[in-house]
Design a protein around this ligand. Structure first.
Ligand code: NAG
Ligand code: NAG
Ligand code: NAG
Ligand code: NAG
Ligand code: NAG
Length: 486
């Protein structure tokens, strides 16, 4: 059976909400700012003895050598570059590299707030040298690099319109620096708005320069990090959540991420021509820890335990950290956490594909093979919604799609009336329906697969999606064909 792909625009009743979309599948360059979650080698160039990430077993799984990445292999930014595909963005401080296809300005332990803030407030962590590599310093590096990328306004606009900018994750090291320097959780929480403000002003500065595609990742759950669990452990079981993370510290991350999401929404309003998206580390990591088996993580030990470390309940030991001589990694690094602070290549790979579960991979990987080979027609309908939160669906889709939500989940309710009128009842009887929720990330090509349902003679379907996703639109893929007749 020859496969016919028909991209059907609009159901008559929906014509006002449906827009034709150009799928954007590639970028010509990728630029990244941030901390150790995305540093591909700047810290070890800047300060070779600052940490142990320049030593084995860092890098053992993918690179077979330490590269300055705080992991056993690739980071999320690497997986995103490879999926575009682009070369891995070289660290900016590695002089003499070709930066025309991207550069990475992230530095392990970089803070969102300037060094001046820490010095002025006498926030000096014991045993850790403070670095002058904050977000504003990284932006300065980008400004220095710019003339080698483009010169005239036109040239730069064209270059930026084809480039992807990742701004973060950053903020984690602000929080750990303050905590290590003896500041209380209340103090740290009081600084969250300043930290998010520094991210917002970096974003504004880049958008003012003509950046058009920006992703702003949030921070990881602080209270699930082996280092935090080891240093701030509590004898009181009620301080831990159901996964075993320290709730008070997770709260800092939740507050940060909520403020970043709100800031992204605001930026999207201020810069309507740009595509600005929040990307989440928090939920995926929480899910890995809650149900490690589902994601293929080892379940030999508690998922909270680091792979590489010098002992202790979370395999994190302040006097014997990963990279120090005599400290070994677990034989199979399919744990969630790598070294007590950073995560494994496996964790990063799942996070990256979750962010970039693109249209292309959707067609090729998600739709069941049997379904494709036996399907005569696929109709794709894109239902746009104007407000990003899922709770707005009921309003925007009116009677066709009703959305309602609890704290965690949103439920979308489809009735037959949204289907193309040209489809006969008999066709509908052999129809399958896939609903794709487009992540508020990367324009049109990043869809989150949500549900695969057999429509058959059902009059209506209801399905649930996580309410944490920032929605831009919903795609409904309808396939009708021969397979049900087999
Ligand atoms: C950090 O570096 C920037 C630019 O590289 C410089 O302007 C600033 O004075 C430095 N801050 C401190 C506290 O040394
Ligand atoms: C911009 O101008 C500088 C100085 O003339 C030159 O060295 C550089 O190669 C130019 N950049 C581009 C992208 O053409
Ligand atoms: C444990 O924490 C709870 C809530 O903060 C508190 O009510 C309780 O008294 C604490 N128990 C102990 C033994 O400290
Ligand atoms: C976490 O934050 C929520 C709301 O912001 C608050 O109700 C709760 O008490 C906090 N929990 C802890 C342990 O700080
Ligand atoms: C932590 O490392 C030190 C130094 O190697 C060692 O003496 C100590 O036993 C370790 N602690 C744990 C809990 O394994």
């Amino acid at each position: 059976m020859k496969l016919v792909l028909a991209f059907l625009l609009a159901v008559t009743t929906l014509s006002q909400q449906v827009t034709c979309t150009t799928l954007r599948l590639s970028y010509k360059a990728i630029f990244n700012f941030g901390d150790g979650l995305s540093d591909t080698g700047n810290l070890v160039i800047l300060s070779p003895t600052a940490l142990y990430i320049g030593n084995p077993p860092y890098g053992e799984t993918y690179f077979n050598r330490p590269t300055g990445r705080a992991s056993n292999g690739r980071l999320v930014v690497d997986f995103i570059a490879q999926s575009i595909p682009l070369p891995l963005a070289p660290p900016y401080l590695a002089k003499g590299q070709d930066f025309s296809k991207g550069a990475n300005f992230a530095v392990t332990r970089a803070t969102a707030l300037d060094l001046k803030f820490y010095l002025d407030n006498n926030i000096i962590p014991t045993g850790l040298a403070l670095l002058n590599t904050s977000l504003s310093v990284q932006l300065g590096w980008f400004a220095n690099l710019m003339p080698s990328l483009c010169n005239t306004t036109d040239e730069c606009n064209l270059y930026f319109s084809n480039s992807l900018f990742l701004l973060g994750s950053i903020g984690f090291s602000d929080y750990t620096t303050m905590l290590t320097a003896g500041k209380t959780v209340d103090y740290v929480n009081s600084k969250v708005p300043d930290i998010v403000c520094s991210i917002t002003s970096a974003a504004t500065s880049l958008l003012d320069q003509g950046v058009q595609h920006m992703v702003v990742p949030g921070v990881v759950p602080l209270g699930c990090i082996p280092r935090i669990l080891t240093v701030y452990g509590s004898p009181n079981a009620s301080d831990y959540d159901s996964i075993g993370c320290l709730q008070r510290y997770n709260n800092i991350s939740q507050y940060h991420n909520k403020m970043v999401r709100d800031a992204v929404k605001q930026l999207q309003i201020e810069f309507p021509k740009a595509v600005i998206s929040y990307a989440d580390y928090y939920e995926p990591i929480t899910k890995f820890l809650a149900t490690p088996r589902i994601y293929g993580f080892t379940v030999n030990r508690s998922p909270l335990v680091a792979c590489c470390g010098g002992g202790g309940p979370y395999n994190y030991n302040l006097s014997a950290v990963c990279g120090q001589s005599g400290v070994t990694a677990c034989p199979d690094p399919t744990t969630v956490n790598w070294d007590g602070v950073s995560f494994t290549e496996k964790a990063y790979s799942i996070i990256a594909s979750g962010w970039r579960n693109g249209f292309r991979s959707l067609v090729h990987d998600f739709i069941p093979r049997t379904w494709l080979s036996s399907t005569a027609f696929i109709y794709l309908t894109r239902l746009s919604i104007t407000r990003p939160r899922i709770s707005s669906i009921g309003h925007d889709f009116r009677s066709l799609v009703h959305g309602f939500h609890s704290s965690d989940m949103a439920f979308i309710h489809l009735t037959k009336s949204f289907l193309p009128q040209s489809m006969s009842t008999s066709t509908m009887a052999v129809m399958d329906i896939i609903v794709l929720i487009e992540h508020h990330f990367f324009h049109f090509n990043f869809c989150l697969t949500s549900a695969y349902l057999n429509f058959f003679s059902l009059a209506e379907v209801t399905f649930a999606v996580s309410n944490h996703i920032l929605l831009k639109s919903i795609f409904v893929l309808i396939a009708c064909g021969m397979h049900a007749l087999q």
